[in-house]
Design a binder for this molecule. Structure first.
Ligand code: HH2
Length: 261
């Protein structure tokens, strides 16, 4: 799943693809490099970020989603917490809603059900602005699993088809280093919910805490290590900025995991 942030302020690629032509070009090149899905976002949810209006978000992503869906066969997801943005994106050709707030707004369930879209339900504790201020859990793995289970149930009750739901523990979203590591080591527990598991570790700051690179674009090696082990632990989809390298690494991981079957 290639990351395409059409934002001025994303933590890693902010400002690089604000011009729609550059964003579309980057989306196309990620497909060429091996992405099976392109995730287009118009609002940064990095720690400390401020929300943007639905109007502003749509003005960033609308033309990009419309053009990419016309030009490529691969599915396009919209990374949004807002039902109004999701609805427009699905109308413009996106087929998956990637909701980092995990369908907390029930209108999002309605939008997904009506359009028969795929849905990624991600766990986030709190809001981006404050989520990294001393997050606490008594058992992070059990709590994240329980949240995802409840939101999957709500989605299914709202007539989203179970087969179109994926889940994501939300690495770095209201979590300390220890919480992130516990979740990555126990993805199998999350996977017992029976839905495909998405994991986003790419260039994230917990890698710097592990000594894997201070600047975000210097964290490729750490990102590949974390993504590889995540897949070995049961993840099905990895969200990545460095698509060429990630796709190559995942081909090897897939082959190694098949050995002995
Ligand atoms: N991480 C980010 C954004 N969206 N979606 C899912 N499902 N899982 C993730 O881990 C995830 C996500 C944050 O990364 P990025 O989009 O690169 O940064 P920003 O929020 O600053 O735009």
């Amino acid at each position: 799943m290639g990351v395409l942030n059409v934002t001025p302020d994303s933590f890693s690629d902010g400002g690089l693809h604000l011009d729609p032509r550059r964003a579309i070009q980057h989306g196309l090149s990620m497909i060429d490099q091996g992405a099976d899905l392109v995730d287009v976002g118009g609002e940064s949810t990095r720690p400390g970020s401020d929300p943007v209006s639905a109007q502003e978000e749509w003005s960033r992503v609308g033309a990009v989603i419309e053009a990419l869906s016309r030009k490529v066969d691969a599915p396009i997801s919209v990374d949004t917490r807002k039902p109004e943005v999701a609805e427009k994106a699905l109308g413009a050709g996106a087929s998956v809603v990637n909701d980092t707030s995990g369908l907390r707004d029930a209108r999002m369930i309605h939008v997904a059900a009506e359009s028969r879209a795929g849905v990624i339900i991600m766990h986030m504790k709190g809001e981006p602005k404050t989520m990294q201020r001393s997050p606490e859990y008594s058992d992070v793995v059990a709590e994240v699993r329980a949240f995802l289970e409840g939101q999957v149930r709500a989605a299914v009750e709202g007539r989203v088809r179970p087969a179109s739901i994926a889940i994501d523990p939300g690495i770095g979203f209201g979590k300390t280093l220890e919480h992130n590591l516990a979740l990555l080591r126990n993805l199998g527990v999350v996977a017992t919910l029976g839905h495909p598991v998405v994991v986003g570790v790419s260039r994230k700051s917990f890698l710097a805490q592990l000594g894997a690179g201070e600047s975000s674009d210097g964290r490729l090696a750490g990102s590949l290590a974390a993504a590889s082990l995540a897949v070995a632990q049961g993840a099905h989809i990895v969200r990545a900025h460095d698509v060429l390298e990630t796709a190559r690494a995942m081909r090897v991981v897939d082959a190694l995991l098949r050995t002995g079957e």
